[in-house]
Write a protein of this length. Structure first.
Length: 412
């Protein structure tokens, strides 16, 4: 009996494994549903590889696609993608907590540990309140985004289609998923602030991070904010400013980028495309027409990504700031890393360094594999695609739809 008990304990999944299993289950279910003939507009299955790729992209809120969403999938298939984006963006444990509370069930320590792992929280206290807060914030932003988008789209299509498209894009934007039902994405709405502006607000809010938004709501004072919130807000502002200056300034040297756009439209394109690489995957310009220098800077923004505890990806701004401060202190001959008068422990610096090295290594290795499976593609385009996939951004130079089956699996 003792031996049997030990065996059972040995195979009990840890909280990180439960999170991994949850994502795997959502991807498996999504793949099975999207591979059904009913999920395709043509009435025939799109195949296992494309269904798996789409399910992974939706659950991981990436936005890279090998087939056009609106043109390829039926209403059923689009709804499956919509659900996967919502579950993947907010986390399946958030919905599990809400469902448990509605059913009057108690949230035990095991469930709290899984929530802690899924939300990257420092402790197990207040996790139920955090989950409810995440759900409420998402409902608020997606609801407001839906209202604005539905009102605007009602002028270009019938009310039913406008409402559905508004819901799909509000969920996609807030969860930083990057999926769109329109063949040309947001490009037709590049100069339409009601559409592209609303989408930008939604994915920026989603990338800000739920802990930061809740901290801002409770304290509303810079001095009282947590260290995490201060770092996240400082990094967000700095990266947005740097991204705008880089995109706007560099593309002034590129006649193909703005073409006939007015100066106001040029500014907005630069603003939008400096926000989007933080993890949203939306584009209002043809990124393949940008200069290589601009594309490289966008790759850097994708690599850094959004804030911790957000719907965005990347290595996270907090990780980047910690390492930047560590490098600065080394150059100044200081041993201790501090920010806002607070000391950052060495173990956190080492963890941040490990994250950056792992992320960079994974991207380069994936790009190397893609040069083998996609020999006809340029290396820079493959590196851009690998960075976009690993950072769960979804921006593309047009390579993903042309990938071989092996290339699709590498990117997925």
């Amino acid at each position: 009996m003792a031996s049997s008990s030990k065996t059972k304990r040995r195979f009990e999944p840890s909280p990180p494994q439960w999170v991994l299993l949850g994502f795997a289950a959502m991807i498996a279910a999504g793949t099975a549903l999207l591979a059904l003939p009913a999920a395709a507009e043509s009435g025939g299955s799109i195949g296992f590889a494309d269904a798996l790729f789409t399910a992974v992209s939706a659950v991981c809120v990436t936005g890279l696609t090998v087939v056009g969403t609106g043109e390829t999938f039926s209403l059923f298939g689009e709804i499956v993608i919509l659900v996967l984006m919502q579950l993947g963006g907010l986390g399946f444990m958030t919905f599990a907590v809400v469902a448990a509370i509605m059913l009057g069930k108690r949230i035990g320590i095991k469930e709290r540990l899984i929530i802690q792992e899924a939300t990257h929280s420092p402790g197990v206290h207040g996790l139920v309140r955090l989950s409810l807060g995440i759900f409420a914030i998402a409902a608020l932003f997606e609801g407001l985004g839906f209202i604005v988008l539905a009102a605007r789209l009602a002028f270009v299509t019938d009310p039913g289609a406008a409402a559905y498209q508004a819901l799909f894009h509000a969920v996609s934007a807030f969860n930083n998923a990057g999926f769109t039902l329109w063949p040309d994405g947001l490009k037709p709405f590049a100069a339409d602030p009601a559409v592209s502006g609303t989408v930008a607000v939604l994915f920026t809010a989603g990338g800000l991070g739920f802990p930061v938004m809740m901290d801002l709501w409770r304290k509303r004072n810079w001095r009282d904010l947590s260290l995490n919130s201060k770092i996240a807000l400082m990094a967000t502002g700095g990266l947005i400013a740097a991204g705008f200056l880089a995109v706007f300034g560099l593309e002034l040297l590129n006649p193909a980028a703005y073409r006939a756009a007015t100066w106001g439209e040029r500014v907005w394109i630069a603003v939008f495309q400096s926000l989007a690489p933080r993890s949203s995957g939306f584009a209002i310009a043809d990124l393949s027409s940008f200069l290589a220098s601009t594309q490289f800077f966008l790759m850097f923004l994708m690599f850094v990504g959004a804030n911790s505890g957000s719907t965005g990806g990347g290595i996270k701004t907090n990780t980047f700031i910690v390492i930047a401060l560590a490098v600065y202190n080394v150059l100044r001959g200081r041993e201790q890393v501090t920010i806002f008068g607070r000391r950052i422990p060495h173990d956190l610096v080492l963890r941040a360094l490990a994250v950056i090295l792992f992320a960079a290594g994974a991207i380069v290795f994936a790009a190397f594999l893609l040069t083998i499976t996609e020999p006809e593609q340029e290396f820079f385009a493959l590196l851009f695609e690998a960075a976009s996939a690993f950072s769960t951004v979804g921006l593309s130079l047009g390579v993903t739809p042309e990938l071989s089956p092996a290339g699709k699996m590498i990117v997925a």
